[in-house]
Design a protein. Sequence first.
Length: 372
Amino acid sequence: MSQLSALLLVTLFSSMIASIPISADCINTSAKPENCSEKTQACPEAVNPTINDLARIKTEILENVEIRNKGYAAKAAEVPDDVNYGKQWGLAKVQASQAWNLSHGSSVIKIAILDSGIDSSHPELASKITVNKNFTESNTTEDKYGHGTFVAGIAAAETNNKLGIAGMGYNVSLMNVKVLGDNGGGSYAWIIRGIIWAADNGANVINLSMGGDIDSKDMQEAVDYAWSKGVVIVAASGNNGNSKPYYPAYYNRCIAVAATDQNDCRYSFSDFGSWVSVAAPGCSFSTMPGNSYETMGGTSMASPYVAGLAGLAFTMAKDNNDDGKRNDEIFDAILKGCDDVGVSGIGCGRINAYRTMSILYKSRITVPANLL
Ligand SMILES: [Ca+2]
Ligand SMILES: [Ca+2]
Ligand SMILES: [Ca+2]
């Protein structure tokens, strides 16, 4: 452990991953109207597929469909049959089922959940976990705190299995990287080691539903390292209700995720500011240890929507700039795919999974000149 890391105490994290009291049905009564009165900051060329675009894509696809899709198998698009899907307002808000019409994701894509562990026997998660790794002082990779299991369910609970909930990432897999102890706290050192390990061990996406107020060069460089390996890194913007930088979300290569409600207002607990990248639904019904489920709110719950989308996006994205990686294309498509919901301090807006997947889908297609 470096000297810097040793100075950063476990208690730094304890308050940040606590859930926020919200009514059992996620209805937000605390958001003030002024949270919804300003304009989202300008973002690079927000793309909304037009009717003409879609007509052009269709024509192009129909001309080339057999040759381009030789050997591909597909399932009919459907609304998942998970019993509590109707409670998952956040998935409807980000147009998840429309995104799933484009791809259900793949088990070869892995989202590393850096958190308090994941309950490996939860029927919604057991088949999804590809590896368990522990960087904490706990003697188990199991989740004794509940936070990691909850986050994992939002990102990629087993979907369309009639049970529980649907996960944003549908078929994508999970890596359980325990970097928070059994009391929900963790040191920067554990998290930094976890980021590097996940990047070296095949993670496509890293979810960090955690953070602290202290800027750490080691943390930033770990994020940069993971980015250089092609990983999409997603982090919670924090639950302090202010605009002070929060790390690692603040770092350039992290997608910083704020929390919005069922009306696309920012939850008053959610951090905001010019360094925030996007917002996502900040209250969910999700998995808890012991084959159970709960409703919890916080930016910790928003981040895994984005991580799940990033996982899904890996099955669609193409390396358009030939740099050998696809995290750059996915990062851009998540930001550009956002809906401008007229809220300041939440970056490009609230994520829209369908628009992000549509952007990536379109980017796969080389449109013949005579159709442009
Ligand atoms: Ca399920
Ligand atoms: Ca950032
Ligand atoms: Ca690229």
